[in-house]
Ligand binder design. Structure first.
Ligand code: GCW
Length: 670
């Protein structure tokens, strides 16, 4: 029975009979040497994948005949080395190539790379071709990752609760580690590697200091070993006050020599247990977390102390830029105000980890202006796959279009195009390190993510970190085929549903640049709450937050010409209108509607889209297995209920200020 456990690694028999025959001929025996842990993973994956997809037992051997698949690097494969492939010099890092080549009259498929990990990525690429039923008779694919760090963050606590997780307990079963190795650890690593993930921070940024005690390092090193076999490095979130919490120090001042020594010793212990340890992820001086501020030190001083300890081992400090205090009048300004003056002050092995928008994973935010403002500081981006503000694991969402909106945004940091993605790719500034990370939510729920479609955003994130130029539509198509089926109707219908999902989610919640108007739990609507009011600023004279020069002037944080574009209402994209401006209710929109009418229209449209998604999904009853069909159908019902709640709460709340009627066309009985 389908239950979503295999996610996009469903290796079921290829349904197209003709293709199946072809694949069987083209992939008749496999030649590789599994002399390293990663090559061993290569072998296992290929075996599992081909046995399942081709529904026959795959033969491993060394005979070069028609239909052979040759895998390896020039170092571990004589056959790869002997071909003197020019492709090898064209791929970078852990890239790979897939190539069909004739050798002594035999047609052979090569999966080759400069590193073992590259070969593993190549195997997943080949399996993906089979899963999505692509021809493989004349392969000529070269692919290299665009981002250095392709990372995920878990907000998993030591007691196995998961902050903003919504999908069961944390995967890491601490009380049974290091003795018991849950099969899920391996399957998790496979899924991660299949989309190119190469780094993982396993614990919550609101960090429990105990994760770096010897007792826990023992457990963590077991996970590290499993992940290492799939090319994934472990990072740990650390509590800045660890010396105080764990060893009764009076201070955690980064300039204090005994504090420095404490971290040097700690890092040494960690690397003894985990030789390829990635480094520390730190949330400091944010939302009550300890940090250098308590000792009058700035973020750079705070981060550099840890960076110095990690430097000899090649470890990194990922220092989060998510900071705000409750006293500032505009939270959106804060990270920039705090960090820009520190540009150039961070050590080379520090990366500033910045959320995609300047506020906090809202349904829609313009990109964080920090991305175009720190030429001398390594930066990486933090996205959220888990649906904290977007219906938790109850609502259907495919976030690739959101990710792309940020990645494709031009920061105007340089005269020629300098998009967020290009900055992260290190081709705009001379960064030493960079990358993309996402907060993901897998837990002990059978299907890992709660809502089966949360998997689609996780999948898309990985694919985009590998190549941000991929179209969200193409990624959706891949994911659907791998996760559900190659059936045309299923593919087209689910794609349609997924593509509308972000628009729906924004429109029934916070259209036109409205933001942060949810409840304290971040699930339902609460435009009346104190916090919400401080963001939407609704009054009789209008709606929206004035971030222009007459208000908080957050617009000045963007490079020219964006700063002047956002300063003026007419040149601000309407999707961000109320983010930057406070406008009268009768403000004329591009559609001809006034602001009030447009707002109401969006709220109603959002709900209509959900109804449409529901209708479209129900048409797949015969095409999708009953388990997942029923599950998603039930969740869509919840989503529709919630969408109406958002719409009605917000429209009625704002109406008391606009004083205008709800346009008649929306008064149809439901
Ligand atoms: O979005 C907010 C969340 C917190 C989270 C914080 C952060 C881990 O509500 O739960 O804490 O962001 O990113 O640090």
């Amino acid at each position: 029975l389908e239950d979503g456990y295999d996610m996009w690694l469903r290796y079921v028999k290829v349904s197209n009979q003709k293709l199946l025959e072809e694949y069987r001929d083209q992939l008749s025996n496999v030649i590789l040497s599994d002399d390293s842990p990663i090559m061993n993973s290569v072998k296992k994956e290929l075996e599992m994948g081909l046995n399942g997809l081709l529904s026959k037992t795959i033969i491993f051997g060394d005979k070069l005949k028609e239909g052979a698949v040759v895998l390896g690097t020039p170092k571990n494969s004589f056959l790869v080395a002997s071909q003197k492939f020019t492709e090898l010099s064209k791929i970078s890092g852990d890239g790979y190539f897939l190539k069909t080549q004739k050798i002594k009259g035999n047609k052979v498929t090569f999966i080759a790379a400069n590193t073992d990990l590259g070969v593993l990525y190549g195997v997943f690429a080949l399996l993906r071709k089979l899963q999505t039923q692509q021809p493989i008779s004349n392969l000529n694919v070269i692919s290299s990752p665009k981002m250095e760090l392709r990372m995920v963050n878990h907000w998993d606590n030591i007691d196995r609760s998961v902050e903003r997780g919504y999908a069961g307990l944390s995967l890491w079963d601490w009380s049974k580690l290091p003795q018991h190795i849950d099969k899920r650890y391996v399957d998790y690593a496979r899924a991660s590697a299949s989309i190119g993930i190469n780094a993982i921070a396993i614990n919550n940024v609101n960090a429990d200091a105990n994760f770096i005690t010897v007792e826990f390092l023992e457990k963590i090193s077991v996970l590290a070993e499993i992940f290492r076999n799939y090319g994934i490095k472990i990072f740990l979130s650390v509590n800045y006050a660890s010396p105080v919490i764990l060893d009764n120090f009076k201070t955690a001042d980064p300039m204090n020599p005994t504090v420095k020594k404490w971290w040097i010793d700690k890092v040494d212990i960690i690397y003894r247990k985990i030789p390829d340890f990635g480094g520390f992820l730190v949330k400091a001086d944010s939302e009550g977390q300890p940090g250098p501020k308590a000792y009058n030190r700035n973020h750079a001083e705070g981060a550099n102390m840890l960076a110095e300890a990690l430097m000899p081992y090649g470890g990194l400090v990922l220092w989060r830029a998510f900071v705000y205090s409750h006293t500032q009048n505009d939270r959106v300004r804060e990270a920039y105000d705090e960090f820009v003056s520190l540009d150039g002050k961070f050590m080379d092995n520090v990366i500033l980890q910045i959320k995609n928008g300047p506020l906090d994973f809202m349904p829609r935010e313009p990109f964080s202006p920090l991305f175009g403002a720190m030429p001398k500081t390594n930066l990486m981006i933090e996205f959220q796959v888990t649906q904290e503000y977007l219906g938790n694991a109850n609502h259907l969402l495919y976030k690739a279009p959101m990710f792309k909106e940020t990645l494709d945004a031009d920061t105007f940091a340089k005269r020629k195009a300098s998009t967020v993605a290009q900055i992260l790719e290190k081709i705009v500034f001379e960064y030493k390190h960079s990358g993309m990370t996402a907060v993901i939510n897998p837990g002990t729920t059978r299907n890992w993510t709660g809502h089966p479609f949360v998997q689609s955003s996780w999948y898309a994130f990985g694919r985009l970190a590998w190549d941000y130029d991929l179209a969200s539509d193409d990624i959706a198509q891949e994911w659907i085929k791998m996760t559900f089926s190659n059936n045309k109707k299923v593919v087209n219908t689910l794609k349609e549903i997924m593509n509308q999902s972000v628009k729906a989610a924004v429109d029934y919640r916070e259209p036109l640049g409205l933001t942060h108007i949810g409840t304290g739990s971040h699930y339902g609507p609460a435009p009346w709450s104190k916090r919400s009011r401080s963001f939407h600023c609704a009054s009789k004279d209008g709606l929206g937050f004035d971030r222009t020069s007459s208000g908080s002037n957050a617009v000045e944080q963007y490079n020219f010409p964006l700063s002047s574009k956002f300063e003026k209402t007419k040149t601000t994209p309407e999707k961000y209108l109320l983010w930057f401006h406070h406008l009268p209710w009768n403000y004329k929109m591009k559609s001809g509607n006034n602001l009030w009418e447009e707002l109401v229209t969006k709220y109603y449209e959002g709900v209509e889209i959900v109804k449409k998604m529901q209708r479209e999904f129900s048409s797949l009853k015969k095409e999708i297995d009953i388990n997942r069909f029923n599950h998603v159908s039930a969740l869509l019902e919840i989503q529709l209920r919630d969408a109406k709640r958002w719409r009605d709460s917000c429209v009625l709340y704002f109406q008391q200020f606009s004083g205008m009627p709800i346009p008649e066309k929306f008064e149809v009985p439901e």
